[in-house]
Design a protein around this ligand. Structure first.
Ligand code: M6R
Length: 613
């Protein structure tokens, strides 16, 4: 989705904003623009395509003596991804500019009204309406004009506004689209749609809430409610992420770096929460009393994409160990179906970003129906964490690659902790078992760390016979069925190979018709409770000449009788196989996409944070 960066302060504007936009590239975009104030006039540059194109046309303007301005990366919704539609958008005078994320739902009627009043439009975007609407209300107070304009708007926005009449001030506002401020006494004031652009300058972050407006200057920020017009006092939070975490650190792609960061992300997610002596789990930030935990009759897990796959794994864990019935929903379906939810239901949202529009809408609905909300989330202070009653943070650090990797395995680690916690609180698990499973989880990071380089080498060689496939199937059973779905999603999103994931037992109900000598099938076959069943399904694929790649347990020689292409993984407790078996699926997708020359970190049409429905 679109990205906003705004800055006012002592530094040169263009490098700050350009670097900030680069740090938002992962969000996905198709055009970009920048505007700054120099000698009392606004100077605007915009271009289609990658930021490099913008940098090229900026030329010497990179060194412009400007200290206030805005930048934007646009992911087209209204109007093609052309230069004319790229942000910033101006009013009729050219003295006021707006950058905007989100969708102005009533832009048609507003545009017609403004056209009748004589405004002229230069783009097809919904955003441009905002510039003209603010112009309509502007006398000498920009804050008042923006507030009046936003009162007319239906839809979602994160907004940055600059006007020549107030040359030391940026206005920011948000409603249903993320926007954060970075503040620093000497560096100045920053605004951005996500934290990474702020990291080189400050760790002091202000998370805006919906319907808030900010007057941002180099040495101050004042927040107002758009509902009451009153000032709002907000905490400035210190975050633990640093600038290097949002850089590639010698890796070719963020995705590969993030695959390699998984052991650390798991350690950071687990450590301090599980007592290695007793297996007892502490999750105080969940904010649920023992009585509330005891009263849960059902759990709904709500998420999108990769996070939904984490939910599917968690259903197996929670039902088995905590013995609570679990329903798993794709958030975009959940929010539009008749929900049988009341105060005895616990709703758990799972989201890396904490900003996904459908998941947010889902938890709001569940909360209105009386359910307690817990979110499993990676971004401190994100909207979802502020709207939930409690949070279990994953500590994966910033995830920049669009394809989710370390966020997913950290979600699984957090959900496993969550399972042990529920099982303990509800008296469903013996201390010995808890201790055994807790220790296995703690040890898993070291197992993954040790196998990663060897695994990548093996997979790199293996994919030479598969990288040009047109289709791919992933199959798994039980806990590894969701991993088959996740493997297929990873492959299709970054390599553009058509890939599907299936429960192995489901093959003969249709998909087996696809199997022939040209169809690669990746089979997950660890030595687990359903191993024999999995092997039978894999034999059926072999009998139809499917091209099998098998991932299984070290020492399982039988797999070699089925295919030559076997990848062995160390044996861990079978409950933790979903975390372990995700890693080769990620590496396979990464190596294939890389081999095909795809843009691994920013796959076409995709956005990292899906903040519109
Ligand atoms: O931030 P979220 O976890 O809520 O995002 C949900 C999905 O958009 C996300 O998991 C997506 O499917 C992955 N980035 C794909 O790799």
């Amino acid at each position: 989705m679109c990205g906003i960066v705004g800055y006012v302060g002592r530094r040169m504007l263009v490098p700050v904003v350009l670097e900030g936009l680069k740090r938002l590239e992962y969000r996905g975009y198709d055009s970009a623009g920048i505007v700054y104030l120099q000698d009392g006039a606004l100077v605007k540059y915009r271009s289609e395509g990658k930021l490099q194109n913008l940098e090229n046309i900026l030329g010497e303007a990179i060194g412009a003596p400007a200290h206030i301005g805005l930048g934007h990366t646009r992911w087209a919704t209204h109007g093609a991804p052309t230069t004319e539609n790229a942000h910033p958008h101006s009013d009729c005078t050219g003295e006021l500019v707006v950058v905007h994320n989100g969708i102005i739902e009533n832009y048609h009627s507003l545009r017609n009204e403004l056209l009748e009043k004589g405004h002229t439009f230069a783009s097809e975007t919904d955003t441009e309406v905002l510039a003209h609407l603010i112009e309509e209300y502007l006398e000498d107070d920009l804050r008042a004009a923006v507030s009046k304009a936003l009162a007319r708007v239906e839809g979602s926005y994160a907004l940055g506004v600059l006007w020549t009449g107030m040359p030391d001030t940026l206005i920011a506002a948000r409603n249903h689209s993320p926007l954060v401020l970075g503040v620093h006494d000497e560096e100045g004031g920053f605004m951005a749609s996500d934290i990474p652009p702020l990291l080189p300058y400050t760790d002091q972050i202000v998370f805006l809430d919906d319907l808030e407006l900010v007057v941002l200057k180099g040495d101050s920020h004042t927040i107002y409610s758009l509902v009451t017009g009153d000032k709002v006092e907000k905490e400035v939070k210190t975050i633990s992420w640093n600038s290097a975490m949002a850089e590639k650190g010698g890796f070719k792609h963020f995705m590969l770096k993030e695959i390699y960061e998984q052991p650390q992300a798991i350690i950071d997610t687990v450590s301090g929460r599980i007592n290695p002596e007793t297996g007892s789990v502490e999750l105080p930030e969940m904010n649920l009393s023992d009585d509330e935990l005891a009263g849960i009759e059902r759990i709904f897990l709500v998420a999108c994409g990769t996070s939904w796959h984490a939910a599917l794994v968690a259903k197996y864990w929670i039902e088995r160990w905590a013995k609570i019935p679990v329903e798993v929903d794709i958030a975009s379906e959940f929010r539009y179906r008749k929900l049988l939810i009341d105060e005895k239901v616990l709703t758990v949202s799972i989201s890396q970003s904490g900003e996904t529009a459908d998941t947010l809408a889902g938890i709001r609905l569940a909360r209105d129906l009386g359910s307690k909300i817990v979110t499993i989330c990676n971004v401190v202070g994100s909207t979802m964490t502020r709207e939930a009653h409690g949070t279990v943070y994953t500590h994966a650090g910033p995830e920049i690659g669009v394809a989710s990797t370390k966020a997913f395995t950290s979600q699984l680690a957090a959900l496993f902790l969550f399972t042990l916690y529920l099982a303990e609180k509800r008296g469903r698990m013996e201390a010995d078992k808890r201790l055994e499973l807790g220790r296995e989880l703690i040890n898993l990071a070291a197992v993954i760390d040790a196998m990663l380089p060897r695994l990548q080498e093996e997979i790199k060689k293996l994919i030479e016979s598969y990288y040009d496939a047109r289709d791919f199937l992933f199959v798994g059973r039980g806990l590894n069925f969701p991993i088959a779905l996740e493997g297929a999603l990873k492959l299709k999103e970054i390599s553009y190979i058509h890939a599907e994931g299936y429960a192995s037992g489901e093959l003969k109900h249709g998909p087996i018709a696809l199997i022939d000598k040209d169809m690669p099938v990746l089979g997950l076959a660890p030595k687990d409770a359903v191993y024999q069943k999995s092997i039978s399904n894999l034999e059926e694929i072999k009998a139809r000449q499917g091209r099998l790649i098998l991932i299984g347990t070290e020492g399982d020689e039988h797999l070699k009788c089925i295919t030559d292409d076997v990848i062995y993984l160390p044996e861990v407790h079978e409950e933790l196989n979903p975390i372990l078996y995700t890693i080769p699926a990620q590496l396979l997708s990464y190596e294939i996409a890389s081999r095909r020359g795809c843009d691994v970190d920013q796959p076409r049409n995709l956005a990292k944070s899906v903040t519109v429905e």
